[in-house]
Design a protein around this ligand. Structure first.
Ligand code: NAD
Length: 405
């Protein structure tokens, strides 16, 4: 598809009903979400336009705004591990766990080669099984991890194929009963790390100077580091941006979410994935999480929206896409903390939410902004008020909005 065809297809939701019916079961229709782009995203000195699919008002504007602040400090610096996913092959009733682990290690080369025969296309592209790791879990239960380099794929199907291909030989070696053969979504060998350094002056608002805002963000970060209730919402704000990029590029956001939250809880206490500190006159941010995104495979083959998302971001590899998506997540986190540390989240959020409410009340075209501005000015962002304002607007012969009460 050329760009014009993609743009037209995205305008219609990106997926025709006949195709949707071939992707999942019992299809009634399709379900559209807004497709937008975040601007100002600079990662490792390169500019990216980040595609975002999200239904929540203000996420895109906030991420773009925070990315602009980060840009003033040189943009995001990101690095990522090789795209290694973990296949798990489980056995029960293993008579001697220590002996089984030893035998599996002795036959590691044979097992790696056997796994690779199941994914010849991946091996041809430079990927494949890199190493194996037997783990005895006690009570006769053994699990063997196959570490598979999935190159530009998310890798779930590839890894599952490897897990199934090696199970019989492993069973002979460990003498147990074969259990599950599937990837782990805790892909902690496929982590991405992002840092940024924002000059405090870039954080200033009309009512707060930059250092005040910077210190408020640092206090908010410490709150999240001490309290899982806060850390959950802190991470949700981060995932607002990251998930939106994952969805826009046809990636499995449930896999991304599962891995992120498991990683956030790895110490036994649920913790923030991104932390913020003061450094001189700057704000320093640090983010780390496992991230399995692909630029090939999955819905990207059939969904015009996903194709468009990949075209827009134009990442050179799955690893680069992960670095951009994580940077957008970091921008979302920064935007939320900056708002919370200053005016509170509602001021900006409700202004944008008013547009959704105006639309839900039936406003179209220029009336959306007029009704939204009015109900926001009234401080009463409800459908009933929006309907009343809209009715008054349509009765009015001029285009002036009705007076505020
Ligand atoms: P996939 O099954 O589409 O496989 C990727 C294909 O792309 C392979 O055939 C591979 O050889 C090919 N390919 C072409 N160019 C490549 C390149 N440069 N690098 C790597 N491979 C290349 O996709 P997948 O990534 O194996 O699996 C992703 C799908 O699996 C997602 O749709 C996901 O929702 C689903 N899934 C997820 C889970 C889970 O997360 N628990 C479980 C099952 C399935």
């Amino acid at each position: 598809m050329d760009v014009a065809e993609l743009v037209a297809a995205v305008g219609e939701g990106g997926l025709a009903c006949e195709k949707a019916d071939k992707i999942i079961e019992n299809v009634l229709g399709t379900f559209s979400l807004p497709f937008a782009v975040a601007l100002n995203v600079q990662v490792n000195g390169e500019d990216f336009v980040a595609p975002m699919v999200v239904e929540e008002p203000s996420v895109v504007a906030a991420a773009s705004n925070a990315a602009r602040m980060v840009r003033e400090g040189g943009g995001f610096s990101a690095e990522a591990d090789e795209p290694i996913m973990i296949a798990q092959v489980q056995f029960d009733e293993v008579p001697d766990g220590a002996r089984a682990c030893l035998r599996i290690k002795q036959y590691a080369n044979e097992l790696i080669a056997l796994g690779n025969t199941a994914v010849p296309g991946l091996v041809r592209r430079g990927g494949g099984v890199r190493s194996i790791e037997p783990r005895y879990l006690g009570d006769g239960m053994l699990v063997v991890h196959f570490h598979v380099d999935c190159r530009d794929a998310m890798g779930a199907n590839l890894v599952n194929t490897v897990a199934e291909a090696v199970a019989d030989r492993l069973q002979e070696l460990c003498d147990g009963r074969t259990g599950l053969r599937i990837l782990s979504n805790l892909c902690d060998r496929r982590k991405v790390r992002v840092t940024c350094c924002v000059p405090a002056r870039a954080l200033a608002s009309d009512d707060f100077d930059g250092i005040e805002v910077r210190d408020g963000i640092v206090r908010a970060s410490r709150f999240a580091e001490r309290d899982p209730y806060r850390a959950t919402t802190h991470n949700k704000g981060l995932m607002n941006g990251l998930d939106a990029v994952a969805i826009a590029t046809g990636n499995d956001w449930r896999a991304v979410e599962a891995g992120a939250h498991a990683y956030a809880a790895r110490s036994g206490t649920y913790s923030p994935l991104c932390v913020w500190r003061a450094d001189g006159n700057d704000l320093m941010g640090e983010l780390e999480l496992p991230l399995s995104l692909g630029t090939v495979g999955g819905p990207s083959r059939v969904h015009a929206g996903a194709k468009m998302g990949l075209r827009v971001v134009d990442a050179s590899s799955a690893t680069e896409l992960a670095m951009v998506a994580a940077s957008v997540g970091m921008a979302s986190n920064l935007a939320a903390l900056r708002a919370l540390a200053t005016d509170g989240i509602q001021r900006g959020h409700m202004a944008l939410h008013a547009r959704s409410v105006a639309t839900a009340a039936g406003a179209i075209g220029a009336d959306v902004e007029r009704v939204a501005a009015h109900i926001h000015g009234l401080g009463d962002i409800t459908i009933d008020t929006a309907r009343r304002v809209l009715a008054e607007l349509s009765r009015s012969t001029t285009s002036a909005p009705p007076p505020a009460e």
